[in-house]
Design a protein around this ligand. Structure first.
Ligand code: ADP
Length: 386
């Protein structure tokens, strides 16, 4: 049953829920206050103005005070004037009020319409339609809201595209070693492949590749999400370089590659998380050794450029054709997938991780190469400490 209390609370609820109604009511309040002030102001000023215009001196007290016929007539005249004035004022207020209400209705609709558009667009986005955008040419706050909304939608669309791409890439990367393992196992079961140590070694190699891929993916997701803490403090470049050199000495020796460093004299320390930057250097030197022929050189250089230190890893290896250079730091990007697979290369995640780590330090990382067979140079920058 609908008692008055229930109707009242339903009305309040309706008003609270509708922006258009709130705006309309606020216009109504403005109109009513304007009308009240107008009525009061005319009430206070009209007698005075009447007297002045009729040449009766100032003050409404003049009315009705005279005892002469002239004054009595004036008093009657004033009463009739006031009555007609009030009537005209009332009609004018009514007309103005209706006009203002109509305009108010239109205006509040004008404000509410773009809000409605935004609401339905955000619902569409929540349903997964990331291509949704809103049109708004107005330069006011609602226009800015529409602009930010579109930016947000664009970002979401990009993230969604990246997510799809990532799933596609990861499945593809997982499939290759899994297919190889499965194929070898089937060959063993059917007796097509001999159960020799070589077969087991190949299977083990593929399983190892799979394990590395999973490790890399885990590390990538950590750095991409920024889910690690950087312990940034002044570190000597020589510390970073020597740690890396030590790590690769035996590998370089095995491949008969000369691994050297050449640091600018008196080079100041950098601001860095030692472990993370060593990880970057490890990746660059690992790649350099991987893609260099026997008997060549790999050099780590470091020099100061204004308030930053640039560290480069230079090799005389297979080089990189110019069209591949812009993509090297994207995930899963490999210049020559089959070659890097045969050469025991990774999954193309290493440089992506390196880029994230360097950028987290506020630095940059880039690659240069004269082209195929011309060697490569990978450089990253870090801020000078102090
Ligand atoms: P990967 O683990 O495959 O080496 P990276 O992200 O470290 O992945 O490198 C991406 C690709 O960049 C490599 O697959 C290779 O094609 C190319 N690359 C990286 N370093 C070098 C280098 N020093 N010389 C030639 N090519 C390189």
């Amino acid at each position: 049953r609908r008692d008055p209390g229930h109707i009242r609370s339903a009305t309040i609820d309706f008003i609270r829920r509708h922006l258009g109604v709130k705006l309309f009511l606020s216009y109504l309040v403005v109109i009513m206050v304007g009308a009240a002030v107008l009525a009061l102001a005319t009430r206070l000023t009209v007698p005075e103005a009447f007297n002045r215009h009729m040449g009766l001196g100032s003050g409404p007290m003049m009315m009705g005070q005279g005892n002469g016929t002239g004054k009595g007539m004036m008093s009657d005249l004033f009463i009739s004037f006031q009555a007609s004035f009030n009537e005209a004022l009332l009609l004018a207020l009514l007309a103005a009020g209706i006009a203002a209400l109509l305009v108010g209705l239109l205006l509040s609709r004008g404000v509410v319409a773009p809000v409605r558009v935004l609401t339905s667009a955000s619902r569409n986005i929540a349903d997964g339609h990331y291509e949704e955008r809103v049109q708004s040419a107005s330069p006011d706050e609602l226009g800015q809201l529409a602009y930010s909304f579109n930016q947000m939608a664009e970002k979401l669309e990009q993230v969604e595209a990246m997510r799809r791409q990532l799933i596609g890439d990861v499945s593809h990367e997982l499939r290759t070693p899994l297919t190889a393992i499965k194929g070898s196992m089937e060959g063993l079961l059917d007796g097509v492949l001999p159960a020799t140590p070589e077969t087991y070694r190949q299977i083990h190699q593929e399983a190892d590749r799979l394990a590395r891929l999973v490790d890399d993916l885990q590390e990538l997701s950590r750095v991409e999400a920024g889910a690690y803490l950087l312990d940034i403090r002044p570190v000597a470049i020589s510390t970073l370089v020597n740690t890396t050199l030590m790590r690769f000495l035996s590998q370089a020796k095995g491949k008969k590659i000369e691994l050297l460093s050449d640091l600018q004299e008196g080079i100041p320390p950098v601001l860095a998380d030692q472990d993370r930057i060593t990880q970057v250097l490890t990746n660059l030197v690992g790649n350099a050794l991987q893609y260099s022929p026997e008997g060549s050189q790999v050099i780590i250089l470091a020099s100061r450029h204004l308030d930053e230190i640039q560290v480069s890893v230079v090799d005389a290896g297979i080089g990189i054709p110019p069209e591949h250079i812009p993509h090297l730091f994207s995930r899963f990007y490999r210049v020559d997938k089959s070659r890097s697979r045969q050469a025991g290369g990774g999954s193309g995640i290493g440089l992506t991780i390196a880029r994230h780590l360097v950028e987290a330090h506020g630095g940059h990382i880039w690659a240069e190469s004269g082209g195929e067979g011309q060697g490569s140079k990978f450089t990253f920058s870090l801020k000078v400490a102090g």
